[in-house]
Design a protein around this ligand. Structure first.
Ligand SMILES: Cc1ncc(COP(=O)(O)O)c(C=O)c1O
Length: 384
């Protein structure tokens, strides 16, 4: 029997109370709140009352998240930093890179979430030369990256899945191209990880960033950064703080001594309440297993595509399952009206760039797909 067949999806679904009242298909924006995460936030309050200012205990919560993220990515705890956001992780890496001599090029793509473009453009003041790889018809073929990555490329910083149309880049292919030219690779996994199988030791990126509020089921205000172990000690962030030091509790105000682990990419006081929620969210993914989750999400997103085509709607996401993540996007004439009308009948979606974003997770089922398409029927005039 496969892991997917053994999973009791109805039982798991009952741990996400919002699904009783809404057809929730907006995990690309915020994952559904589980009873597990609710209990973890209550546990934080109980622990505050019981433990008061026990900082060793609060720091331990941050360390637990490092280990949970490491298990999730196939990394070691030493390779993980817990951050306040994906932006914080990217900024920390950018601050450790030198652009004034040697390689200067930063390769990004048309698919980036703004933060993974803006932070690199900010480095142009420090000598970086940002090159954006163009899309063609809603996708970016590997050849476009091949044209951009060369011996002057310091880092290729790309999203795994585009937040605008759901297209998924060929990350293993990009890593291979970058390796050949001696360039580093940073993957923004925010829109894919938690729904796709991904192991850093297999794919071998240098850096991965993401956050806990979408497919990782935790909360806003916490993210993670993976840094490949061989690189850690060669990178000295100039954006830093006391939680990045070798000995946090040394309280040494006379020097900067970064940790020998990826904790050197952390900054100030950890987001303790968010650590509770993040750990509970990651525990659900670990309990079900990524193989079963990936197959379930792929089954539901494929069903959405089949229904959309039958209804005569126009896909914005590539149809090929190798070229898309969890999100299905459909072209609309008025994205805001459409999302609003769907919301009026308790179908929760979102939109970007004229696309309706439908983003299932493992807790969705085929009834949700039916409910969505029933709700879309009287709104056909808004669909392209
Ligand atoms: C691909 C991607 N990257 C990054 C972010 C957010 O980054 P941050 O954690 O810095 O707010 C999002 C949020 O929607 C996203 O979709």
């Amino acid at each position: 029997m496969t892991a997917a067949a053994a999973t009791d999806w109805d039982n798991i679904r009952s741990r996400f109370p919002i699904l009783e009242n809404k057809t929730y298909l907006n995990s690309c924006a915020y994952g559904a709140l589980s009873t597990d995460v609710m209990a973890s936030l209550q546990a934080y309050i109980n622990d505050r009352l019981e433990k008061g200012t026990d900082w060793a205990y609060w720091v331990e919560r941050n360390e637990s998240v490092r280990t949970a993220v490491a298990n999730f990515l196939g990394a070691t705890t030493n390779e993980i930093a817990v951050t306040a956001s994906a932006s914080a992780g990217i900024n920390s890496i950018a601050s450790a890179l030198q652009f004034d001599e040697g390689r200067k090029k930063v390769v990004i793509s048309d698919f980036e979430f703004p933060t993974n473009a803006q932070i690199w453009y900010a480095q142009e003041r420090r000598g970086a030369n940002v090159v954006r790889v163009p899309q063609k018809d809603g996708y970016i073929p590997l050849e476009h990256f091949e044209n951009a990555i060369d011996e002057d490329t310091l880092i290729v910083a790309v999203t795994q899945v585009c937040f605008r149309n759901g297209a998924r880049l060929d990350i293993p292919g990009i890593v291979e191209l970058a390796r050949k030219k001696g360039a580093l690779v940073l993957v923004d996994g925010y829109q894919g990880l938690g729904t796709l199988e991904f192991d850093v030791k297999t794919v071998q990126p240098d850096f991965v960033v993401g956050g806990m509020l979408k497919y990782l089921l935790g909360t806003a205000g916490i993210g993670y950064l993976y840094v490949r172990d061989a690189l850690i000690e060669s990178l000295v962030p100039t954006v830093t703080g006391w939680f990045a030091q070798a000995d946090i509790m040394a309280m040494d105000s006379t020097q900067y001594t970064p940790s020998s682990s990826a904790r050197r990419f952390e900054m100030g006081t950890p987001p303790v309440p968010n650590c509770y929620a993040a750990e509970a969210g990651l525990a659900i993914l670990a309990e079900i297993g990524m193989e079963a989750i990936a197959s379930r999400v792929s089954d539901i997103s494929s069903a959405i595509i089949v229904e959309a085509k039958m209804a005569g709607y126009t896909l914005s996401v590539p149809e090929d399952s190798d070229r898309r993540g969890p999100m299905v996007t459909l072209k609309t004439h008025d994205e805001f009206k459409l999302v609003g009308e769907l919301d009026n009948v308790s179908v929760v979606t979102s939109s970007r760039n004229g696309n309706l974003r439908i983003s299932p997770h493992f807790y969705n089922n085929h009834n949700d797909v039916d409910a969505l398409f029933r709700a879309l029927r009287p709104l056909k005039h808004l669909m392209v």
